[in-house]
Design a protein around this ligand. Sequence first.
Ligand SMILES: Cc1ncc(COP(=O)(O)O)c(C=O)c1O
Length: 443
Amino acid sequence: MNDPYEASRLVGSSRALNDRFTEIMALGASDFGTLFDRPNVGRSGNRVTLGAPARHEFSRGTDAAIAVLNLATSGYLGLGRDPRVQHAAREAIDRYGTHTGGCRLLSGTTPLHFQLEERLSEFVGARSVVTYSSGYATNISVIAALFGPRDLVILDRSAHRSLYDGATLSRAAIKRFRHNDLDHLERILHKTAGVERRLIAVDAVYSMDADVVPLPELTALAKRHRAFLLVDEAHALGVLGHHGRGLCEYFDVDPDAIDIRIGTLSKTMAAAGGFAAVHPSVSVILRYASTGRVFSAAMTPPDVAAALAAVEIVQCEPRHVARLRANVAHFRAALHVRGLASLGTDAAIVPIPIGDSRSTLDAAKRLLARGVFVNPVIAPGVPAGAERLRCLVSALHATTDLDIAADAIKDVFAEIGLRARLPDSATPPPPRDDAAVPVDSYF
Ligand SMILES: Cc1ncc(COP(=O)(O)O)c(C=O)c1O
């Protein structure tokens, strides 16, 4: 029989697919194949056990299962390990089953869904919240439901892929401004003053650079130009602000200054799901006329229950957010004293610039061999030249875990002969003001 992993007629029919296939297989077959798509064979917390590589395309290595320090997952508060969250999920299965078998509009709603939406509204200070089965589904559903071909969506160059996909699905015109560059954004707003409905869409915390959007200036700009504003709080919810309420709490900005706030439940809230915090009239549109509510199954009962328990814990026990904040500060300082540069300040994401793909993969592999699991981020996840290691800090880490990780990173940098530096090339080349620039980020 032919090799099942030879390119099929379908893959072979497209140059682009064929090139991508060849690229993936080559990475899988390389020394770095064992870095990707490894199964977690235990519970994920400050440590995790990675199973042996399990897929043909990434299984050429010989690594067996290994227990490692986990700085590679975004359960920043570690609440997936909390017995109360686990108990709530189990109880929901007992009461409602593993799934609802329907979309929210028709048969997919349990009382837990209402409770979660109410609890989230209270927590993030929203008048109304609409949930979806993932953060990705939330972004594509919300933007496509509220904007259309006569509108313009203006995205930060580094905005999450789901925002770009939502804008594309809406069939609105798309423009992108240089990352966090409000002067560039303002120039675009001036030039497009004739467009009646414009949406500015940004991340609260950027998942690759770990920087925070300058919200007070952004809300003022949006107001001045009568543009609508959407902020995706995926990496801010449960992280930023004294109580973890997110970006508005962090900057002390009135939540009503943002037209659409998106949150994911997949990071600090220990589940899979997402939500939009909006004005009640907008929520009516989203509930009855957005694709993720009408054409996709509802969040599962265990997910809803886990998220509900997690939000309650974050709300009532500020120590988790405080611990995370202290851990982030500890890790950044630990890197700094070892002469290692990191990007960002307050986010739980700590990127360490390297600047080329091979060294980044090499560093991640050597770290894994030393028992430290971090994300290698290479092009096209970031522009070529801006490759980096990405470390994700959690409230579950002990400070000794973070010191061990910082020591290992320092040693690996020395082994490979890497200089700790801030990348000049981290800033991508400026997009043309008047063009929709093709997206190249998968993250
Ligand atoms: C900024 C941002 N928005 C949305 C998402 C998608 O969220 P989910 O994983 O819940 O689909 C992510 C996930 O990585 C993200 O980082």
